[in-house]
Design a protein around this ligand. Structure first.
Ligand SMILES: NC(=O)c1ccc[n+]([C@@H]2O[C@H](COP(=O)([O-])OP(=O)(O)OC[C@H]3O[C@@H](n4cnc5c(N)ncnc54)[C@H](O)[C@@H]3O)[C@@H](O)[C@H]2O)c1
Length: 457
């Protein structure tokens, strides 16, 4: 099932050598053939990436670090299934990953840890000179975003944000249509994370869809993600919605996000879920938990070049999956409605569609299929999240092999991660406008577009 939990030529950029991949001694010797990987955190998402990497002949998994021995056993079982050499294990507590980072036989690391660990893992990896693939989330504090940028600029170690939804097939076809100017000048975009996560937020791993456990008794994201819903009220997961639309309007590459305002609805969904669950009920201790996170968080953003964006975070109510994309220009618009299927949505072009009528987008999505998808279709069919996991990992590996810049870099990471703490402040201040820092310090004016330009990655 498409969305089950299991289931980029160096551009001359204004920053010049600052942004190029460092020639690490160990890396330079082997750069065109093999990338030696260390995994930091091999929970469910880490295992998704591990699976993608195990399929490749140009990757060697050297070592894995995770204090959870069950997750480590699951990861080692995957390696065994692919008949690859068992990677070295680092399971001795939450800081054993630092011993993995000391190894000289690792070129790059994947970081797939809980949100509260991303900054520490990312900074330590860059300090150790390991090229970093960073899973997505939003920052805990605005300063975290500057720490990512400052560490990258100090160490020159590249870091890529693993925003897989940027590679969704319909999204890339729409990006293709945007770049062919079919929508005209873009004015307004929408996206979000509209995914009922209640069974993920409450599970002990045994009673999926019915459990109400989280924290110590929880499994996978229920161990840590749910606590964010207790402690915070914010656009908690901005990158899936914002990443794809940001590539369409060249954020940080000719355009930038300038300010935002967020509001949150009251919180009802998670409490109701606990009370109504057969494993919970009104007398269950978790029924007393007060969730701060509003069920629907709406964020409006402004861009330097005059576009507006609306982001929605909606993960604690009963609802079918839909990231709710809308891409609207002076000549037409596309709205998506489900999980990336070509036919699931609506499209209208002033110069092509019947007057005032919606069309099914399928024929346009298929006709304007992105060259990357045409090239890698067969390799990506069995890959996670409808194939997009292949593309995001392929980009990371191919860029390292070619010694070229990542399409989604540290500035994209900092900008998108910043939405979370800024939205949190805005909600706390009743929707007050918040300025979004320019993490590129002016370089956005001259940085060139990379995402989706190369036919290779
Ligand atoms: N892009 C996507 O489609 C997608 C999908 C799912 C999750 N994610 C992201 O991936 C990340 C991980 O999520 P997940 O679902 O795998 O969670 P998970 O709970 O299944 O896995 C997290 C793992 O991190 C380990 N860990 C915790 N502290 C650690 C430390 N100090 N050192 C090493 N390992 C440590 C845990 O033991 C656990 O195994 C999150 O940022 C999440 O938002 C992205």
């Amino acid at each position: 099932m498409l969305y089950s939990r299991r289931n980029f030529i160096r551009q001359s950029v204004a920053a010049g050598s600052l942004l190029t991949l460092p020639m690490l001694p160990s890396f330079a010797e082997e750069k065109k053939t093999k990338v030696r990987i260390g995994m930091i955190a091999v929970g469910l998402r880490g295992q998704d990436h591990l699976l993608e990497l195990l399929k490749r002949s140009d990757v060697e998994i050297v070592a894995m670090a995770d204090p959870d021995k069950n997750m480590m056993a699951m990861a080692q079982a995957l390696v065994k299934k692919y008949e690859k050499k068992a990677p070295a294990e680092y399971t001795n507590g939450p800081y054993d990953y630092r011993n993995l980072l000391k190894r000289t036989d690792i070129d790059a690391v994947f970081v797939c840890s809980p949100w509260e660990w991303h900054l520490q893992h990312g900074v330590d990896a860059m300090e150790a000179g390991k090229i970093t693939a960073m899973e997505v989330c939003g920052a805990l504090k605005l300063q975290d975003c500057w720490d990512f940028v400052n560490t990258h600029e100090k160490t020159k170690t590249p870091i890529m944000m693993l925003e897989n939804v940027c590679y969704r097939r319909d999204i890339m076809a729409v990006l293709n249509m945007v770049r062919k100017d079919m929508f005209g000048e873009l004015l307004h975009l929408q996206g979000g994370y509209e995914h009922d996560l209640r069974h993920v937020l409450f599970t002990d791993g045994q009673t999926e869809n019915e459990g109400v456990d989280f924290g110590e008794k929880g499994f996978s994201e229920a161990r840590w993600r749910t606590q964010h819903y207790v402690d915070r009220n914010a656009e908690l997961y901005p990158t899936h919605g914002l990443g794809p639309v940001a590539t369409m309007i060249d954020i940080n590459r000719g355009n930038r996000l300038t300010r935002l305002s967020s509001i949150a609805s009251k919180a009802r969904g998670l409490h109701n879920y606990i009370v109504k669950s057969p494993k919970g009920g009104p007398n269950h201790p978790n029924a007393k938990t007060v969730f701060k996170q509003g069920d629907i968080v709406t964020t409006q953003l402004q861009c330097e070049n005059g576009e507006t964006i609306v982001l929605t975070h909606d993960t604690s109510l009963p609802r079918p999956y839909n990231l709710g994309f809308r891409v609207q220009g002076t000549n037409g618009l596309w709205q998506d409605f489900h999980s990336g299927e070509a036919e699931a949505g609506f499209i209208h072009f002033a110069d092509k569609s019947p007057h005032h009528e919606w069309e099914n987008p399928k024929k346009y999505i298929e006709e304007h299929d992105h060259p990357l998808w045409k090239k890698y279709e067969s390799q990506s069919t069995t890959s996670g999240h409808g194939g997009m996991d292949f593309f995001v990992d392929n980009a990371f590996i191919e860029c390292i092999k070619r010694d070229v810049e990542f399409p989604l870099d540290v500035y994209d990471l900092a900008t998108l991660y910043a939405i979370t703490p800024l939205s949190e402040k805005s909600i706390a201040e009743k929707g007050q406008l918040q300025e979004i820092p320019d993490f590129t310090k002016g370089l956005w004016k001259t940085r060139k577009r990379i995402f989706g330009v190369s036919g290779e990655f």
